[in-house]
Design a protein around this ligand. Structure first.
Ligand code: ADP
Length: 926
């Protein structure tokens, strides 16, 4: 039922209506009564006053002769006459000496009196006293008619001969007033009663229909339409009654329509819910399928990446081998192109793999200590070797804020990836000018650092309308560059995701007439490593650098490490500076120009400076020139550095400038030395791809290593059981029995419990690395394998006398104590294992909880979690976790969240350490 809410009608206003009609009438009647009474009272008072005055004067006039003639009779008759008036209670006559000569009536209330010359009335509450002087008028009297003139003495014209004093009572008037007032009040009450009754009736007649309308409206509100239709109103309200009836019918009709609409809508809703349910089920299925296909896609990508890397590995390896022997420049160009293309292909595969990892949310960051400045130098060196050409000679400059620590904690691989992409792009798209990488600190709190990186180039820039597209997958502003440099259009997308994962932001501003600036921030940590603190060198060098930008950069760096510079822009300037300052100068630093002649010039200059002044020379060369191409120059120079110079190498070169003398020793040998200890080593190489095996044996055999090849896991096991090997290279992905399973089986053979097994893998996922180590392998190399790294690994593992178990134990010594774990449960390994597994399984979630509570500064909840882990870790041999949990718990209880970051971080590291190495723990079988 629809609940129509009408405002409740307040028609209970009968009283109001009655009073609004009756009160004016009532008010007017009160005013009228008051007026009538008041005016009547006034009239009566006036009347009495005037009458008293009049009688007094009358008595005074008439008693004139009586006084003159001392006619007592007359006096009394006059007084009698006056007293006959109903209001007069007493009358007195006084002679001229103010003595009473006649008196009638009651006694005067007030005795003492003034005797005025004329007349006067005094008013008292109950009576008036009127006095009038009696004068004798000579003109009016004839002396013959004045027989008593002797009696009363001579009378002058207008002589005062006495006074008349009359007392009038107001009692009668009061009675009249009361009578009148009573009458008026009676009329007043009768009138108001009558009009009240009339108004009451009128009110009732007016209100009744309104009440009926009210009750009808209430019925309408309650949807009682039939009851509402029964409304009957008096004839004068017929039109209202008609309208109400019409309204009722309309409402009734609307209600029916609405009900029908609701029923229809409910039906529709039910149907659409059914279809939604169906759709949701379909979606669910589709989602499951999508997830499955996503998983298959990731699997496919991982496999493809492996499959593609394997042949690429061979191509790169053989290319490098070929490069050494080829003399024909044309052939060399072909080989270089093959190498370059293979490298781009590898980069593309890396990008696609990274992108799919990011899409699947599987990319996890690692944390290590690294030198950021050296990393940037390294990125520059690699990129400059690959991207600079004879035609493209640009300045590559790092502006590293001197206040900033060089050692940082973060994921150096991913930071290198971001920088390589951005700086690589900047170099690709800049044809002249410079590419600067500026690093500064944006914010710092405790040991947390927010670093701002800016890669500023003077290249072709990006049109404004295309900037939005930059961070979208597979988008390139100008596809023609793809042909020139390769690239998938994924670099920036991956960089953006990586930056965001490190709680940073990336943005770009660009102007085709100026160049582009890519800016990104990263949230990292300063490492306590103080290796970057360099002593001031106190040297003086002459610097020849034709590029003003690079010259300014070098000067500022040299200044920061205590090296004084005399700057020159050409050889002539340098020679004159040498002549002038030879006695104070410690060395020369010069940049080899791009022209062919500059090599000869430089050689001459170095010899000259050495022979005449014994001043050593550091030579800087810019790719595409390479150090190995100029062995003579290298032999002459005290040091040869590739531009942009690595700051560390430059520092070392300057440090050694005096000690090394003019003829510097060669310290870097790109050629892999033949190491006598490798001779006679027996190595088993296992891989399902024959091409990779061939490459391995091609590399190893010349060094006198005895290489045995196995094309599958089974063959490797068979070979291993027949003969002994010093080291095994094991491919991971092989059909039937993969590398990890083969290793596990090999480890079961007595002879192979401690043999170093090195994985060769195309996969680089962090989780896989753990699996590889957990399966019993000692280390892993990622394809494509570098010849130099391969030999370094062989040297490292073959000189290693530790057994595999010893290495594992050494790793676990600071993480887990098996003895303690067993002691607690009386040596019962299965119970110890169960308890350990319970704790280890819970740690991932607990870690998230800890991070959550840390973020929300919730001390109590954090203590709860830490306490729980503390308790559990004490009984499971995980003493490192127990120790750090103890520290954290105490800290939280005593100091709360203040400076807790470091302690909490150590605790989380302890958890990570355990989780990363838990697979290495072997439980003895009971
Ligand atoms: P790719 O791996 O193909 O280089 P990126 O995502 O790194 O892909 O870059 C996408 C596109 O953005 C490039 O192809 C280029 O057109 C443009 N771009 C990136 N950096 C710069 C730059 N510094 N100057 C001009 N264009 C740039």
């Amino acid at each position: 039922m629809i609940n129509i809410r009408l405002p409740k009608l307040q028609l209970n206003h009968d009283n109001k209506l009655f009073w609004s009609l009756f009160s004016p009438v009532f008010g007017i009647s009160i005013i009228t009564c008051a007026f009538l009474i008041f005016s009547r009272f006034n009239d009566l008072d006036d009347n009495l006053y005037q009458r008293t005055q009049h009688i007094t004067e009358q008595v005074a006039t008439t008693s004139e002769y009586a006084i003159v003639f001392s006619d007592q009779n007359m006096m009394y008759r006059i007084l009698q006459n006056a007293l006959s008036n109903q209001y007069i209670s007493s009358v007195q006559l006084f002679n001229s000496e103010q003595k009473i000569i006649a008196e009638l009536g009651t006694e005067f209330v007030v005795k003492s009196t003034n005797f005025p010359n004329r007349s006067e009335i005094q008013t008292f509450p109950d009576h008036f006293i009127s006095i009038s002087a009696v004068h004798y008028n000579n003109n009016a009297l004839d002396g013959a008619f004045n027989p008593q003139s002797d009696l009363f003495g001579p009378v002058s014209q207008q002589n005062l001969i006495g006074w008349v004093k009359i007392q009038a009572d107001t009692a009668l008037v009061q009675i009249k007033k009361y009578q009148y007032a009573s009458l008026v009040l009676l009329v007043f009450f009768a009138f108001n009663l009558g009009s009240g009754l009339i108004f009451l009736r009128i009110t009732k007649q007016l209100i009744l229909p309104v009440k009926n309308v009210e009750s009808t409206l209430n019925k309408l509100a309650k949807e009682q339409f039939s009851a509402a239709k029964l409304l009957r109103l008096p004839a004068e309200y017929q039109s209202l009654q008609k309208d109400l009836l019409f309204l009722t019918e309309r409402l009734e009709h609307n209600k029916h329509e609405m009900n029908a609409g609701i029923e229809q809508a409910t039906e529709d809703l039910r149907r659409s819910m059914d279809s939604m349910e169906e759709k949701s089920a379909q979606l669910h299925i589709a989602n499951r399928e999508a997830m499955e296909s996503n998983r298959l896609k990731s699997q496919f990508l991982a496999n493809i990446s492996h499959e593609v890397r394997t042949p690429l590995n061979a191509i790169l390896g053989y290319t490098k081998t070929l490069q050494k022997g080829i003399k024909d420049p044309q052939h060399k160009l072909y080989i270089d192109t093959i190498e370059q293309s293979t490298n781009s292909l590898l980069a593309i595969i890396g990008d696609i793999l990274d992108f799919s990892k990011i899409e699947a949310g599987k990319l996890s960051l690692e944390s290590n200590h690294f030198n950021l400045r050296a990393l940037i130098d390294d990125v520059y060196q690699t990129l400059s070797i690959n991207l600079l050409t004879k035609e493209k000679q640009i300045d590559l400059v790092t502006e590293y804020d001197v206040q900033l620590p060089e050692w940082i904690i973060g994921d150096s691989t991913r930071i290198r990836q971001i920088l390589t992409n951005l700086i690589g792009n900047a170099i690709k798209f800049t044809h002249q000018g410079s590419v600067k990488t500026k690093v500064s600190c944006q914010a710092q709190s405790d040991n947390k650092l927010t670093l701002l990186f800016q890669i500023v180039d003077t290249g072709i820039g990006i049109p404004e309308h295309k900037i939005d597209r930059l961070f979208k997958p597979f988008s390139q502003v100008d596809t023609s560059t793809t042909r020139q440099f390769g690239g998938t259009g994924l670099g920036l997308v991956i960089s953006k995701k990586l930056v965001e994962q490190m709680q940073g932001k990336i943005e770009v501003s660009s102007d085709p007439s100026i160049g582009s600036t890519f800016r990104f921030s990263l949230c990292l940590q300063a490492s306590g490593n103080l290796m970057n603190q360099k002593d001031s060198l106190d040297r003086h060098i002459i610097l020849l650098e034709p590029s003003s930008t690079y010259r300014a950069h070098l000067t500022s760096y040299l200044h920061s490490i205590g090296v004084k510079t005399t700057r020159c822009s050409d050889i002539e300037q340098l020679i004159s500076a040498l002549h002038e300052k030879a006695s104070t100068v410690d060395g020369i630093m010069l940049s080899l120009g791009p022209e062919e002649s500059s090599v000869e010039e430089t050689k001459e200059l170095i010899s000259y400076a050495g022979q005449h002044f014994a001043i050593p020379c550091i030579v800087m060369i810019q790719p595409p020139r390479s150090i190995t191409q100029n062995p003579e120059l290298k032999a002459l120079a005290s040091e040869m550095l590739l531009k942009p110079v690595s700051h560390d190498r430059l520092y070392k070169a300057l440090q050694q400038i005096n000690q090394r003398g003019i003829q510097g020793e060669d310290d870097i040998s790109p050629v892999i030395e033949s190491n006598q200890t490798r001779k006679g080593l027996r190595i088993l190489a296992v891989d399902d791809a024959p091409i990779n095996l061939q490459l391995l044996s091609h590399w190893l055999q010349p060094h006198g290593i005895d290489v045995t090849l196995a094309y599958s896991g089974q063959q490797a096991l068979a070979l291993a059981s027949e003969q002994a090997f010093d080291l095994i290279f094991m491919d991971i992905q092989m059909p039937e029995m993969d590398g990890m399973e083969t290793t596990q089986q090999l480890r079961q053979l007595n002879a192979y419990q401690n043999t170093p097994i090195i994985a060769l893998t195309a996969h680089a996922l962090g989780s896989e690395q753990q699996q590889i180590l957990a399966s019993g392998m000692n280390a892993y190399l990622t394809k494509p394998i570098d010849e130099e790294v391969l030999f370094r690994t062989i040297d490292e593992w073959c000189s290693n006398t530790k057994t595999f178990q010893q290495q594992v134990d050494a790793t676990l010594v600071n993480i887990f104590d098996m003895q303690k774990a067993l002691d607690i449960v009386n040596g019962k390994a299965d119970i110890a294992k169960e308890m350990f597994t319970m704790l280890a399984d819970s740690l991932d979630n607990e870690k998230k909880l800890i991070q959550h509570h840390l973020e929300h500064q919730d001390t109590e909840k954090l203590i709860e979690v830490v306490h729980r882990i503390h308790g559990a870790s004490k009984y499971t041999g995980t003493f490192n976790i127990a120790r750090h949990a103890g520290f954290l718990e105490t800290h939280l209880k005593e100091l709360g969240m203040e400076d807790v970051e470091g302690v909490a971080e150590d605790f989380i590291h302890a958890i990570d350490d355990l989780l990363n190495h838990r697979d290495l723990i072997t439980w003895s079988q009971e």
